[in-house]
Every structure is written in structure tokens, then in C-alpha cells.
Design a binder for this molecule. Structure first.
Ligand code: SF4
Length: 503
């Protein structure tokens, strides 16, 4: 039987999770699930970005016409042998061993004047990414293509990552060169070891939501009451616990906090959190970390921000005040002249601001006359305040902001298993446990797409109030509904903590 080809994606998954590789070889294919909708959005955005960069810079690239893989491999090799300047999405194939075929399709192959088996030239790969900073996955993917090219042309080229997008020039924001020899052979050896070894353990991570085994792993972990269900369990801690035979929650809670704290990457604080979470999961009810959680100060505002998926620049600030009044500030960089600055959409006030700094300014004005703190979830809001607000607004708001996620997870563990899709301490997880809901199929990526599409529509709508409202109703409303669901859940979780805390 012809061996299944190994691609850069295979090695990227090996780097992320050995179990994924093991299941790809030994798992029941019927348990695989379709690509996550958020990932589909990201893939589509990545392709559009790559096309934009390539179209802007390489209108004259050599066209490849074959569609079937074997013909595309032959066509790519022929084009390289003839010395064309550049190839987009060429197809490379290398027989690494008798039972190992490597396949790859670099975003770009550039001719460089470095002699090789092809002639007085050779080719160097470029990978184009929408994100701005290089990631380990990118580096491994590029190293893989360089290594393949080394086998095909007899010399190993350097490679480049083209990262981010400058809308003004249609250029990448930065080009990161990779020059060190690509160490791919150790990854191929590890691949063989994992594929032929024992079942790899479950280690949930953010990458799991992109994995086709996510449902299978969640079912397996739940059935076994596996320690992988614990939030904040470091992979290295999990490995040490498994080695000691502590593979499930019932076994783990036999440890004292002091015993657990002695395991790698635990310590006294995390030991209490892990044990509390294990107790909460076993009992099916919230479990306090100590005798009394403290009540938070009165709240002036509940705040949630939606931001650009890559730049993290806010595009909408959703809020609810102490009286329950709700609203949002939506960033509109080029608001048509005479267009209204505020609209009421589905009982909520929507105001428009020209940029993120103005959004923060509007929030500061909203709470200026009110006593109380600003409740938000996680560290992003504070990070964005520092990134985008003026110094005077930072001074006015910084001391008043309270991260509810931090406060509630310091006080309680919830019977929410860490899974393949979500962490156990996200707003969706804790809010969902307490009964709060979000619109079906809504997520941050879909909300961003709705906003992005709406901005494009604004270029064509007239300036009277009604067309604005129509455009919001038809396009942006779903994104704002998602944002408001976050704000309502934020308020609900805060209320739960206040009700269950000591005065
Ligand atoms: S769902 Fe997560 S733990 Fe399971 S195989 Fe995929 S990446 Fe690994």
C-alpha cells in the first residue's frame, strides 16, 4: 500500500499534540468532526490575505495550470528546471524513506542566484501569514519546505515569513528570514515513534478547537474522568501526575494541597485551584477555594470589547450601567457627513465613534459622574486601555477596572470541564453554566465579519437616519447581539458572585 503523504500540517500537529497524530493512525475515522466554523473564517481570511499580497506584488508570476496533484508536482518541477522567477502554490514531493513521502505547497517559491542541481539557480520558499509575529507553527512549516527543497535541488535555501498586511502599500508588515539549518529529521523520527507507540494522553489546549478529534477526546476524557478535564493543568504537570498513576479526578483528590503543590509547575496557589476544580467536577456544583469569597465594590459599568482578530484594535465597546441601561460604542472611521451619531437598535443605544481612543473617551464620560468600578472579563480590556486610550483616560479608568474572571476564579471553581472547544473559566463557560445564552452560531469571528461587511456597506448607504438603521439591522445587528450577550452574562456572573460572597 502506498504510504500516506506527510505534509507540513502533519508536523505542525505533531508539535501541538502527539495524540492527534496517534488518533490519525489508530482512531475510528467515524468519530472525526467537521472543521470548526471559526477556523473556516480564519482559513478564508488567510487565503484572501495571501491572494492580496501575491496579486499586488507578483502579477507576472508563472501560472500553474494542472489541478491534479501528480501533474502539479511535475509541472512545478519543470518550471523550476526552466528557471522561472516565481511560483505561487507550487507542488513539491519528496520520497524521504521507503515508507515516507513528503508533500508540500509553499505559498511562494522564488528563484535565487544560488547554483543547484537545477542549474545556476535554485529556489527559496516564502510563507505568507496574516498575523504579525512569527509563531512556532510557521517556523516549522517553513523549515519543512526548505528541507524538501534541499532534497529536490541539492542545496538548502534560506526562507522567509511574510507577516501582517500594510493596507496602504499592500506589503507585509515584516519579513522574517529563516537561515538556521532546518532540523526536520528529528520531527520525522518522532512522528514514527508516536505513530507506532502507545495511545498518547489527552492534553486539551486552544488548538483543540481546530482538531477533528475534539468530540472524541471530550467524550473519552469525560468517560474516564481524566485529569485533562482540569483547567489550568500544565502539560508537564499532567505528565508527572500520569507517571505517578494519578490519571483521574478521584485519584487526584486523594492528594493534599501540599502534596500536589510539589509536582512540577504547580505551587501552593495552583494546587488549591486544581483540587477545588476536581472537587467541583466530582460533585457537580461550584466549590469555594476558601471559607469566604469577598464581595466586590458596587459596579458603575459592565464592559465587553470586540476587537480586530489580528491587530486587537477595538471595533465595539458594549456596556451596561448599574441601572441596567445598555449600549455600545461602535468605531466608524469614515462616518458619512450628517449621519446620526446615535441610534436605538433593539432597545439598546448604539453610538458611533471615529476610533478606539474616542470609544474609551466616551466610556470615561459615561462613568465620570458615577461611583463604582468597571467590571470586565480577562486581561484584554486593560491591555486595550493601555494600548488605545489617551493618558488622561487611562488615569481616569485604570484604577476602576476589575477583572471579574480573575476574581471569581480566585474564589470558586465551577463544575465545568476543560474541553476541546473552550477553557473552563471563559465567560461563555461560566455564564453558560449559570444559565446565560448567546445567539445560535454567534462567535467573535462571525461578529467581526458582520462589522467588516457593514463598514464596506457604509461606503454606499445614504446619510439619512433610516438607511443607517437598515444597514445595522441587516448586517451589524448580529454582531452587536453577540456583544450584548457577553455584557448581559458579565453582569449575571458578577451578580452570582455578589450573592454568594461574604458581605
Ligand atoms: S482534540 Fe486536542 S487533545 Fe484531542 S487529539 Fe485533538 S489536539 Fe489532541
Amino acid at each position: 500500500m502506498k504510504p500516506k503523504p506527510i505534509t507540513a500540517t502533519t508536523l505542525v500537529w505533531l508539535q501541538r499534540c502527539a495524540r492527534r497524530i496517534w488518533l490519525d493512525r489508530h482512531g475510528d475515522a467515524a468519530q472525526r468532526v467537521a472543521t470548526d466554523p471559526v477556523l473556516q473564517h480564519q482559513i478564508a481570511r488567510g487565503h484572501a490575505h495571501e491572494e492580496a499580497i501575491v496579486a499586488a506584488q507578483f502579477a507576472q508570476r508563472h501560472p500553474l495550470v494542472a489541478t491534479a496533484w501528480p501533474e502539479l508536482v511535475a509541472e512545478t518541477l519543470a518550471a523550476m528546471q526552466s528557471g522561472v522567477p516565481a511560483l505561487h502554490q507550487g507542488a513539491l514531493e519528496v520520497q524521504a524513506h521507503d515508507d515516507m513521502i513528503l508533500c508540500g505547497s509553499p505559498d511562494l517559491l522564488f528563484r535565487v542566484e544560488q547554483p543547484s542541481q537545477l542549474g545556476a539557480w535554485s529556489y527559496a520558499p516564502v510563507e505568507i501569514k496574516l498575523h504579525r509575529e512569527p509563531r512556532p507553527d510557521d517556523q516549522l512549516q517553513l523549515a519543512f519546505y526548505r528541507w524538501m527543497l534541499g532534497m529536490l535541488q541539492g542545496n538548502v535555501p534560506e526562507g522567509e515569513l511574510w507577516l501582517g498586511f500594510d493596507a496602504a502599500t499592500h506589503q507585509p508588515l515584516q519579513k522574517v528570514r529563516q537561515t538556521k539549518p532546518p532540523h526536520v529529521q528529528p520531527w520525522l523520527d518522532l512522528l514514527t515513534t508516536v505513530r507506532t507507540g502507545d495511545e498518547a494522553p489527552i492534553n486539551f489546549s486552544r488548538q483543540c478547537s481546530y482538531c477533528h478529534w475534539r468530540n472524541a477526546c471530550e467524550q473519552e476524557a469525560t468517560q474516564r474522568q481524566d485529569i485533562a478535564l482540569l483547567g489550568q493543568l500544565d502539560r508537564r504537570t499532567a505528565a508527572a501526575l500520569r507517571k505517578a498513576g494519578l490519571t483521574n479526578l478521584a485519584a487526584l483528590v486523594q492528594l493534599t494541597a501540599e502534596q500536589l503543590a510539589a509536582y512540577p509547575h504547580v505551587g501552593p496557589k495552583r494546587a488549591v485551584q486544581l483540587l477545588s476544580h476536581a472537587h467541583a467536577l466530582l460533585r457537580g456544583a461550584p466549590y469555594p477555594h476558601s471559607a469566604a469569597a469577598m464581595r466586590l465594590p458596587p459596579a458603575a459599568l459592565f464592559l465587553d470589547i470586540e476587537s480586530h482578530p489580528v491587530t486587537q484594535m477595538p471595533w465595539a465597546f458594549g456596556w451596561m450601567d448599574a441601572s441596567g441601561q445598555r449600549g455600545s460604542f461602535v468605531v466608524v472611521p469614515q462616518r458619512p457627513r450628517q449621519a446620526p451619531a446615535r441610534l436605538d437598535i433593539a432597545g439598546s443605544s448604539v453610538s458611533f465613534v471615529p476610533d478606539a481612543a474616542a470609544g474609551w473617551q466616551a466610556l470615561a464620560a459615561l462613568v465620570a459622574a458615577q461611583e463604582g468600578v468597571i467590571i470586565h472579563w480577562g486581561h484584554y480590556e486593560r491591555q486595550m486601555l493601555q494600548q488605545d486610550a489617551t493618558p488622561s483616560v487611562q488615569d481616569a479608568l485604570s484604577e476602576r477596572m476589575i477583572d471579574l474572571q480573575r476574581k471569581i476564579t480566585q474564589a470558586y471553581s465551577f463544575p465545568i470541564a476543560r474541553g476541546a472547544g473552550n477553557g473552563a473559566t471563559t465567560l461563555k463557560a461560566i455564564g453558560g453554566y449559570l444559565g446565560y445564552t448567546w445567539p445560535a452560531a454567534a462567535n467573535w469571528a462571525a461578529a467581526w465579519d458582520a462589522y467588516h461587511q457593514w463598514c464596506q456597506q457604509l461606503a454606499t448607504v445614504r446619510t439619512q437616519q433610516q438607511p443607517w438603521a437598515d444597514a445595522i439591522d441587516t448586517t451589524l445587528a448580529d454582531g452587536l447581539a453577540y456583544l450584548m450577550s457577553d455584557v448581559v452574562a458579565l453582569h449575571g456572573v458578577w451578580q452570582w458572585l455578589q450573592n454568594n460572597a461574604a458581605a
